[in-house]
Design a protein around this ligand. Structure first.
Ligand code: PMV
Length: 347
């Protein structure tokens, strides 16, 4: 028997991946960049066990048994087994490829609520499978076939997913571009506006956007390409105010193309917009105080929850402001509320 347990954190995109050029291989239309959060915070934990004694494959997600026939999990498993069989030809003794597999995975945060749960989940699964079958080399291209954004959670810090040019997707991989402490003492506040499953999953949302939005053509051909260049420069120069502005602009553009989708694909709520407004008001104050290095930025994935990147020095000020602007509702316990607004380190 062989067993491995791994954890993988979520990543938050600052230049968003939205739209595929190949749905089967999960190849994106544009490059994207993300920050991986700390390993001990919002993460997936997965145990993979293989044994000659198991009589069937089994899979549990968040304590509930699910089918392992999910095509994305199967894609990852197939690719891992393909690479393992290559190694076997190179001389491994045991025929572990014929053993059945048990996979047990859980997230310590809401699943499918636009909080990058699939990114952490597939990165964790692929890494654990890689360890069990002794796979070496790049795993990001396998994680990508589970969920596109998962390829970025294979690495810590700031990570770039290169869309690649090849039809077979072998060059569509993630690479770390800067360590977690590149912007020192940075914190991420996740404001959970709604932890329920989102109505339109990212796959359907992306497909509808690519098929119907004219604004999306502009994003892919022009704006996201030039914003990517500016973002790389902002990161290289450690230009925090520019990083903030580019992050917010890209989130706004992603949600604008979602709005331009027909019928519209709406993820942000009034609460999301209120959080974004609060950040702009806070930044105006910082500008008037000539304190632009303590700017804050927001970004929203395919859901209503805000991710705020906050310099450590102002994290308490920002948390106090959030508490003031969004007090707990009467139905919310203090513990639930505190869980909804938390500051996480990046790693
Ligand atoms: O990897 P998916 O299919 O869950 O898509 C993720 C899309 C966004 O989170 C909205 C953006 C991104 O780059 O992570």
């Amino acid at each position: 028997m062989k067993t491995v347990t791994c954890t993988a954190p979520v990543n938050i995109a600052v230049i968003k991946y939205w739209g595929k050029r190949d749905e089967k291989l999960i190849l994106p239309l544009n490059d994207s960049i993300s920050f991986t959060l700390s390993q001990d915070d919002m993460c997936a934990k997965t145990t993979v066990t293989i044994s000659p004694k198991f009589t069937e494959d089994k899979f549990w997600l968040n304590g509930k048994e699910e089918s392992l026939e999910n095509p994305r999990i199967q894609n990852c498993l197939k690719e891992i087994r393909r690479r393992a069989s290559k190694r076997k030809l190179e001389g491994s003794a045991e025929d572990i490829l014929n053993w059945h597999i048990h996979i047990c995975s859980a997230n310590n945060f809401p699943t499918a609520a636009g909080l990058a749960s699939s990114a952490a989940g597939y990165a964790c699964l692929v890494y654990a499978l890689g360890q069990v079958y002794g796979i070496e080399g790049d795993l990001s291209s396998i994680a990508r076939q589970g969920s596109g954004s998962a390829c970025r959670s294979i690495y810590g810090g700031l990570v770039r997913w290169h869309k690649g040019e090849l039809e077979d997707g072998t060059d569509s991989i993630a690479r770390p571009i800067a360590p977690a402490d590149h912007f020192p003492n940075l914190r991420v506040i996740i404001c959970v506006a709604n932890s329920e499953r989102k109505k339109t999953g990212s796959t359907d949302g992306m497909r509808q956007t690519v098929q119907t939005s004219k604004l999306m053509q502009h994003r892919i051909k022009e704006s996201v390409v030039s914003r990517m260049e500016s973002m790389i420069k902002a990161i290289k120069d450690k230009n925090w105010p520019a990083f903030c502005d580019l992050t917010m602009a890209d989130s706004n553009e992603m949600h604008a193309v979602c709005q331009d989708t027909f019928p519209p694909c709406v993820y942000m709520t009034d609460t999301s917009h209120a959080v974004a407004n609060l950040v702009h008001q806070y930044n105006d104050l910082k500008i008037s105080q000539r304190d632009i290095n303590h700017k804050v930025c927001y970004t929203f994935d395919a859901g209503p929850n805000a991710c705020l990147f906050v310099p450590g020095a102002v994290v308490e000020e920002v948390l106090a402001l959030l508490l003031f602007a969004f007090p707990p509702s009467s139905s919310q316990s203090p513990a639930e509320y505190v869980r909804g607004i938390q500051a996480h380190p990046v790693t």
